[in-house]
Design a protein around this ligand. Structure first.
Ligand code: GRF
Length: 200
């Protein structure tokens, strides 16, 4: 299975995926990094790992369709079968989702459907929850909404700060995302409406 990772920033999840592929924990081909941000640290990580990079800048296109069509061109060229969003800071359009139906997954640093959006860790911390966590889900046309593949809880303990909570969440993300990707690669997920069955 050919995988493309989409990342706009630091790329720590991307790095965890690279490590998991190298160790054989994900049995798939990490074929492409797609980024919209020339300053993304993920780009340097791809270079070091010898992974192809498609840098597609939104400002080079008049509209979102032109931008996404260019990305789709790269995906087709590389026979991409699974899109892994890992800190990709743009919403994908409904048309894009339709072209890659059930072939796009995302990781979110909270237990969905709680704390959707770009500041989930801060929002959960400020709210004062005692339990938060990580969600890996299929991407549909609504933000942070598609069917849930895996979730793992993270406790907010006395003495935790937003920073320490963030560190704990990222640690779990780096374990959970490779696990979910391997489940997809093995064909072990069966979608039944909003429910994702994990086959034995
Ligand atoms: C992660 O917290 C992920 O859950 C969210 O964006 C962040 C990306 O971090 N979608 P990184 O770029 O992988 O380090």
């Amino acid at each position: 299975m050919n995988i493309a990772v989409f990342a706009s920033g630091r790329g720590s999840n991307f790095a965890a995926i690279i490590r998991a592929v190298k160790k054989g924990k994900i049995k798939a081909n990490l074929a492409l990094l797609v980024s919209d941000n020339p300053k993304a640290k993920a780009i340097a990580k791809a270079k070091r790992a010898g992974i192809k990079i498609a840098l597609v800048k939104r400002e080079n296109f008049n509209d979102k369709k032109g931008y996404e069509d260019k990305i789709i061109e790269h995906l087709k060229e590389n026979n991409i079968e699974l899109i892994v969003l890992a800190g990709y800071m743009r919403l994908v359009s409904a048309e894009f989702v339709a072209q890659y139906k059930d072939k796009i997954i995302n990781i979110h640093p909270a237990l969905l459907p709680s704390f959707k959006g770009a500041h989930a860790i801060k929002d959960a911390f400020d709210y004062g929850v005692k339990v938060t966590g990580v969600t890996v889900h299929f991407v549909d046309e609504k933000m942070d909404h598609g069917a849930i593949i895996l979730q793992k809880a993270v406790m907010v303990e006395e003495g935790d700060s937003e920073d320490s909570l963030e560190r704990k969440i990222h640690k779990i993300e780096h374990q959970l995302y490779p696990k979910a990707i391997q489940l997809v690669a093995e064909g072990k997920l069966k979608l039944q409406g909003r429910k994702v069955k994990i086959l034995p």
